[in-house]
Design a binder for this molecule. Structure first.
Ligand code: PMP
Length: 412
């Protein structure tokens, strides 16, 4: 039975309500599910074509580093491709313990638990939100945190992006209505679409004043920000004011996998109660070894953080000089506001034609009509790469009418 039966058929779903999908159909542009691989040093091959990779989260440029890939290859040969089971049962290798120790040392927490993906690390947060607890979540939090919160048994309260004054009011109201409820504040450290930072000083103050626990998803900022690369909390000098960190190895640490780091009793509790840990095969050997190697390199080579942050600054300045709006970005995630879905699709294609791969982002990741081209830079990008990205934005922008045509004498 493949055809749709009638109006009651649960499979009577399609993508026609998505403005982004409609724009893709109308323009014939396909920004998604393209086949590609990174070739190193900020470049990639997209369906046979060499391009500058300006659309991935490998901020420190470690996923193709020979030291990382060699460590992964060795672990693959030694331990096989998979653990074929969950951590609790047969899925714990010495590498899991080693990585957990390294992450806890790096962040200065009592303990850490490694999870198969960053998404699953955030789903595990559900275990900290019990019946009778109230969780307060920034409206721009990542989908995985949103899902983790939804899976929790407690009540969910959303606050507008980074609106800590509103959050204060909501916390006060909650305390008045339910004085015995446990309270948890949950936020991304660095927001994945806007490239801005959470207001951690205000959040820690609110957590202390209202007796709430604070959970920070450091997926994008751990490895990148702060003098030692420990993330947004170190950037603000507030490492000891965060109760639980979640994070991933898929951005700064060149691998795939997730983690939770915090007090030993919380991490132990999560190991036995978070369903995304208990009921999923553990991180595979190659990914573990890659993560361990990358963590060591990230800590030992601070030039990578400095380089990528400086590149991002130069990228924003260059884009603004061309007349683009890069929003509140202060990090290597630089969203370029385009507007409607059709222009965004055309712009994405024009950039690819100019030899630069970026990310086209539409609703629901951003509000309807506020489509962006999300550009990311890597420590391994050269100054020539940066110039190529900016030249592509100038040429592509002219093609789709976002950048004025050059005056005649400049063309000549
Ligand atoms: N948190 C944030 C803020 C993210 O952006 C992402 C992935 N884009 C994740 C968590 C999930 O991480 P992973 O890709 O390792 O599952």
């Amino acid at each position: 039975m493949t055809e749709i039966q009638d109006a009651t058929d649960a499979f009577r779903k399609d993508l026609s309500s998505s403005t982004f999908v409609r724009a893709m159909v109308e323009t014939g542009v396909r920004p998604f599910y393209r086949t590609m691989h990174m070739t190193g040093a900020g470049e990639a091959v997209v369906e046979g074509r060499d391009v500058v990779m300006a659309g991935c989260n490998d901020y420190l440029g470690l996923s193709t580093d020979p030291r990382v890939t060699a460590a992964a290859a060795e672990a693959l040969t030694r331990y096989g491709a998979s653990c074929s089971g969950a951590r609790t049962l047969n899925g714990t290798l010495p590498l899991h313990g080693e990585l957990e120790g390294r992450i806890a040392d790096f962040l200065g927490t009592e303990a850490a638990a490694v999870v198969t993906t960053g998404f699953q690390a955030n789903l595990a947060v559900a275990a900290m939100i019990g019946r009778g607890d109230i969780v307060f979540s920034d409206m721009s939090n990542h989908a995985s945190l949103v899902d983790g919160i939804r899976l929790g048994a407690g009540r969910r309260v959303l606050y507008p992006h980074s609106d800590t004054a509103r959050l204060d009011t909501l916390l006060e109201q909650a305390t008045a209505a339910e004085p015995t409820a446990g309270k948890v504040l949950v936020t991304d450290g660095m927001f994945s679409m806007d490239g801005d930072l959470c207001r951690l000083p205000a959040l820690t103050e609110l957590a202390a004043r209202h007796g709430a626990r604070l959970v920070v998803d450091g997926a994008h900022d751990i490895g990148l920000l702060g003098p030692g690369g420990r993330g947004v909390a170190e950037h603000f000098g507030l490492m000891d004011r965060v109760d639980l960190f979640t994070g991933t190895l898929s951005k700064c640490f060149g691998s795939t996998g997730g983690f939770l780091a915090g007090p030993a009793h919380v991490v132990d509790y999560l190991r036995y109660s978070a369903r995304s840990i208990l009921f999923s095969a553990s991180m595979p050997p190659a990914a573990l070894a890659a993560g361990i190697a990358a963590l060591g390199i990230a800590a030992a080579e601070p030039w990578r953080r400095r380089r990528v942050l400086a590149l991002a600054e130069a990228l924003r300045a260059g884009l603004r000089a061309l007349g683009y709006d890069t929003g509140d970005s202060v990090t290597p995630v630089v969203p370029v506001l385009i507007g409607d879905a059709t222009t965004c699709a055309l712009m994405w294609q024009a950039l690819l034609d100019e030899g630069v791969f970026t990310n086209a982002v539409g609703a629901p990741a951003v509000p309807e009509g506020r489509c962006v081209i999300r550009v990311t830079v890597q420590a391994t990008h050269s100054d020539v790469h940066l110039e190529r990205i900016l030249d592509a934005f100038a040429a592509a922008g002219r093609r789709v009418g976002l950048v004025p045509e050059l005056p005649a004498q400049a063309v000549a």
